[in-house]
Design a protein around this ligand. Structure first.
Ligand code: AMP
Length: 149
């Protein structure tokens, strides 16, 4: 059976990332190329629709850059823990599902691995990052169940 050769592992850098990455490594060929991806969402994306033109937005750029540095360090620590080369660690900017799809297409990825919390009720209707990635992906997607709810 053919195995996956180019794998994108999407992590949110929470403590759950280990579980997602571990599973990706278990099911991938030892020679597979594993790309670890975190997407930093622009802060104004999140708030501008709610409080447009707020004075609080000035200086957001600096804050975002600072945050970016900290996220980079977290991703580097995760990569080191799992022995991944630095050039396979990626911080992208934008909307997570969109950027994950774009990366997967650009690098001819054949599997995306993502975490999922067994959603129910309203949460299920509203969707999640995993749902958004699944719909519209041009390759296989493995959603790794996190938690026991
Ligand atoms: P969520 O549905 O947002 O709780 O996230 C579920 C999974 O989506 C996480 O375990 C990650 O695999 C992925 N994910 C969430 N946010 C991001 C992000 N900003 N960058 C990359 N992957 C993410």
């Amino acid at each position: 059976m053919a195995t996956y050769e180019k794998v994108l592992v999407a992590v949110d850098l929470s403590s759950e990332s280990d579980v997602v990455l571990q599973k990706a490594m278990q099911i991938s060929d030892p020679d597979a190329e594993l790309n670890l991806v975190y997407v930093q969402e622009p802060m104004d994306n999140v708030y501008v629709g709610i409080v447009p033109q707020s004075a609080a937005f000035s200086g957001l750029g600096d804050l975002e850059a600072q945050l970016g540095e900290e996220l980079k360090e977290k991703l580097a620590a995760l990569g080191k823990k799992f022995d991944l080369p630095e050039d396979k660690l990626h911080i992208l900017h934008g909307s997570p599902a969109h950027e994950i799809h774009r990366f997967a297409e650009t690098y001819a990825t054949d599997l995306i691995v993502i975490g999922t919390h067994g959603q129910k009720g309203l949460q299920l209707l509203l969707g999640s990052t995993a749902n958004a990635v699944l719909h519209g992906a041009g390759c296989d997607v493995l959603s790794v169940r996190i938690g026991t709810e």
